[in-house]
Write a protein that binds this ligand. Structure first.
Ligand code: PMP
Length: 298
């Protein structure tokens, strides 16, 4: 991924993609002092850009550093980069980290860097396959207690357990893994939040030790518009067998139905399909992808 055409926005400049490098003694690499965002542009507009950039700033503050660019400057940089790369439908990845001036756990005065990359990641899917639902493994790692990890920060270091869990799931033929939290409650997938349906009511875990995703909040708003009842609460592992529908949601996943979690089976149904369709209508109204999905849902 490090040798592509085009440019990366790096500390205020457009740098050729292959030259956007950092020093091996960067604090961010050694001690995990990095925060990032994952955003999607649809038709040239980044969905909820301001919310993502504000979360990036907040993530950094939680890790005790301040990004040296304002929210407005970062928003403008994302838009300038999309224009420069000539991309309308793309994934946007800003990342901020502590630099390499001092080595050691303490690095109070190390320079804070910011880079932004954008690349084509069309919401390409085979609608029929996606509608059937994806299969989730049950992760061995658990989301840590908020007293153990800065769980409200989209921090690079918190993704270790996600990568390990996703690799283990993929080796067993699953698409992703569902993680429980340190208490044993259902938490989230490795890069997306989770929702369930039982007797026409939506249930989703209380985000008290994992990211309250921007897509999650959008789905909650969309379900309100539909007049669906939604309960945010702690969900026990034993309850998984009682739900009829399940889906995950996130910037990359959008709304994706789930057909299995370990031994539990779900049948994607009306509520999941309606929210999947409403989400596509919200982010990319009248696009080819939306029309294709709407037609597949019927
Ligand atoms: N949880 C995790 C661990 C994630 O990486 C993501 C993706 N950023 C989400 C949830 C969903 O967040 P969002 O809807 O803001 O993309």
């Amino acid at each position: 991924f490090d040798n592509r055409p085009g440019v990366i926005w790096y500390d205020g400049e457009m740098v050729p993609w292959a030259d956007a490098k950092l020093h091996v003694l960067s604090h961010g690499l050694h001690y995990g002092s990095g925060v990032f965002e994952g955003e999607r542009a649809y038709g040239g507009v980044v969905f909820k850009l301001d919310e993502h950039t504000r979360r990036l700033h907040e993530s950094a503050r939680i890790l005790d550093f301040e990004i040296p660019y304002s929210v407005e400057e970062i928003n403008a940089a994302c838009n300038a980069l999309l224009a420069e790369q000539g991309l309308k439908d793309a994934y946007v990845r800003p990342i901020a980290w502590r630099g390499s001036e001092m080595m050691g756990v303490s690095a109070q005065h190390n320079r804070i860097h910011l880079a932004i990359a954008v690349w084509e990641w069309p919401s390409y899917f085979d609608p029929a396959q996606r509608l059937k639902g994806i299969r989730l493994d049950i992760a061995e790692y658990r989301r840590p207690d908020p007293r153990t990890a800065p769980c409200k920060s989209k921090a690079t270091g918190l993704y270790m357990i996600c990568t390990i869990s996703k690799h283990a799931a993929e080796r067993k033929g699953y698409a992703d893994a569902l993680m429980f939290d340190w208490r044993g409650y259902v938490a989230e997938a490795t890069g997306a939040n989770v929702f369930f349906v039982k007797d026409g009511v939506l249930h989703t875990p209380t985000p008290d030790c994992f990211l309250d995703g921007i897509t999650r909040r959008t789905v909650i708003e969309l379900s309100r518009r539909r007049g669906y009842e939604l309960v945010e609460r702690h969900i026990k592992a034993e309850e998984l067998s009682t739900f009829s529908e399940c889906f995950i949601c996130g910037t990359a996943a959008e709304v994706t139905p789930v057909s299995e979690i370990g031994p539990h089976r779900f049948t994607p149904g009306e509520i999941t399909f309606n929210l999947m369709n409403d989400y596509l209508a919200e982010v990319q109204p009248k696009s080819a992808a939306h029309k294709q999905m709407a037609a597949a849902i019927g």
